[in-house]
Design a protein around this ligand. Structure first.
Ligand SMILES: Cc1ncc(COP(=O)(O)O)c(C=O)c1O
Length: 395
């Protein structure tokens, strides 16, 4: 398989598997017990907390381990909604958030919160003017804001630092879903002082089902999951020791990669090589999203006269794994909410694919996938009788 779906998930690094293995076999003690084996597990959890904190410039006690990215976003947003209260509560967010934000926000709206989902431009980047006026409108009654750091479908990086300034000027608490950004580009909560930040292990070569919520020291927080008081009473439940150790190791490896390559050039070169080959080899290709503010690992392409559903099948036959829109939308070939927000026509939305690279992708894979894609598009166009349109346009 040539795996080009790294925004859906990533393979675990060998170092992560190695670090986790003892905690899935002989080291099984409950970290909340008092004997030596338990203390060792506790120590491993605290070491992982330091590794995760170091990746995002946080203090270890600002990191709460969770059951993944979705849980982190829900913990932050549900607390913020409770804290703000429904009578005057306003929620400022964007139209292109992941369902892990949009769905909880919908439940707030259902019970009376005023929700402002700010628009984006054709490149899927936030309309900051709309965001700032939504924040100002929330100033009186209070509220909170949530903006993703990078979009999962297009890779567009959002102006989080500027949005945060607007939110703070209006006294709003601020959460960012940084699940697609952490581990791929520098994310530092000292430079961009958000109140809450969600991250997820499996997006940067760690295990699935484990993530973290950053809660800035001094921010009030009450838990969503109550019970035995683990994670300093911020997320109860016996800790997933192996998962947490794996997340910690993945964070350490990502931090080292970013230290040497802060712009993700290693991965970006492969993405660019693939993109160049495809754009040179085919007519009627559009590269979507903001090409300046873009994750180095992502390309989102549309192929005129060619349905993505068919392309996915042909590519799968050749062993190339990629995705149409967000992974969660796959199977439902409706334009995604992100594509709609970017102003895609139905035809364009149905002819778009997302390719996600990582440092584990090889140059040979990028080259071969480009060739396989070109052959598949040409074949489908012949079958579907689509027109090849103008030469590649960047949008
Ligand atoms: C932007 C974004 N937020 C949230 C999530 C959910 O994360 P998890 O799969 O860890 O629950 C994803 C995963 O696709 C994502 O891309």
């Amino acid at each position: 398989m040539i795996y080009l779906d790294s925004n859906a998930t990533t393979p675990m690094s060998p170092g992560v598997v190695e670090a986790m293995m003892p905690w899935m076999t002989e080291k099984f003690c409950n970290p909340n017990a008092s004997y030596a084996g338990a203390k060792e597990a506790r120590k491993a959890i605290e070491a992982a907390r330091e590794q995760v904190a170091a990746l995002i410039g946080a203090e270890p006690d600002e990191i709460v381990f969770t059951g993944g990215g979705t849980e982190s976003t829900n913990m932050a947003l549900k607390w913020l909604a409770r804290w703000v209260g429904r009578k005057t509560g306003r929620v400022v967010t964007s139209v292109i958030e992941h369902s892990a934000v949009l769905k909880p926000v919908q439940t707030f709206e259902d019970v009376g919160y005023a929700v402002e989902r700010c628009p984006v431009d054709a490149g899927a980047r936030l309309d900051l003017d709309a965001f700032s006026s939504a924040c100002r409108a929330a100033r009186e009654g209070g509220g909170f804001a949530s903006l993703m750091w990078a979009n999962n479908e297009t890779g567009t990086i959002q102006p989080v630092a500027d949005a945060l300034i607007h939110a703070k000027e209006s006294g709003l608490a601020f959460h960012t879903d940084a699940i697609q950004a952490v581990g791929k580009i520098p994310v530092d909560v000292r430079e961009v002082p958000v109140d809450f930040l969600s991250l997820s292990g499996h997006k940067f070569h760690g295990p699935k089902g484990v993530g973290a919520l950053f809660i800035r020291s001094g921010c009030r927080f009450e838990p969503m999951v109550r019970g035995g008081g683990q994670e300093s009473d911020r997320r109860s439940g016996t800790e997933n020791v192996a998962g947490i150790v794996g997340l910690g190791k993945a964070a350490e490896l990502a931090r080292l990669r970013l230290e040497h390559d802060p712009h993700g050039r290693v991965t970006g070169k492969l993405r660019d090589l693939f993109e160049e080959r495809v754009v040179e080899g085919l007519k009627g290709v559009t590269v979507n999203g903001d090409l300046i503010h873009r994750l180095p690992n992502t390309t989102h392409l549309s192929f005129e006269g060619c349905e993505a559903a068919g392309l996915l099948i042909l590519l799968d036959d050749k062993g190339v794994a990629c995705s149409a829109g967000s992974a969660c939308m796959t199977g439902k070939m409706k334009p995604s909410h992100v594509q709609k927000a970017m102003g895609f026509s139905d035809a364009k939305a149905k002819s778009s694919l997302r390719f996600g690279f990582s440092h584990m992708t090889t140059e040979e894979e990028a080259e071969r996938a480009a060739t396989d894609l070109i052959v598949s598009v040409e074949k489908l166009r012949r079958v579907q009788g689509g027109n090849t349109g103008p030469v590649a346009i960047y949008s």
